[in-house]
Design a protein around this ligand. Structure first.
Ligand SMILES: [Ca+2]
Ligand SMILES: [Ca+2]
Ligand SMILES: [Ca+2]
Length: 123
């Protein structure tokens, strides 16, 4: 399930970038946008603040929860696993919790930060 969520993360980021605006040459990639202090790695706080942005962009109907329709790349079992209160939508804490697991799964070196090679799919 972790890897399903991880690939859905990359898709969510791509979808987010596509929704925001068409990418122009020279604009920062989503990875670079996530690396807010520019030290070349994405730490937990940077990842979380990026995921908050993704949440609000993904919540198309602005009802404060992500429905399966708003997260088409997330499989039903992964969605149910993340929906802790079982109301059929992922509220922000549920979304962040699921994404924190993605962070751990992506951090293959276990140093608590994501290097670019650990998130090849970010772009
Ligand atoms: Ca950083
Ligand atoms: Ca929604
Ligand atoms: Ca929920």
């Amino acid at each position: 399930m972790r890897f399903v969520l991880l690939s859905s993360l990359a898709l969510a980021l791509v979808a987010c970038a596509a929704q925001a605006h068409a990418k122009r040459p020279g604009e920062p990639t989503s990875y670079e946008a996530s690396d807010r202090n520019g030290d070349g790695v994405v730490d937990r706080n940077e990842f979380q603040s990026r995921m908050v942005d993704v949440f609000y962009v993904t919540d198309a109907d602005k009802d404060g929860g992500l429905s399966p329709e708003e997260l088409p790349s997330v499989g039903p079992s992964a969605f149910r696993g993340a929906d802790m209160d079982g109301d059929g939508k992922l509220q922000l804490p549920e979304f962040l919790n699921a994404r924190a697991k993605d962070f751990d799964a992506a951090d293959s070196s276990g140093d608590g930060v994501l290097s670019k090679s650990e998130v090849k799919n970010f772009d």
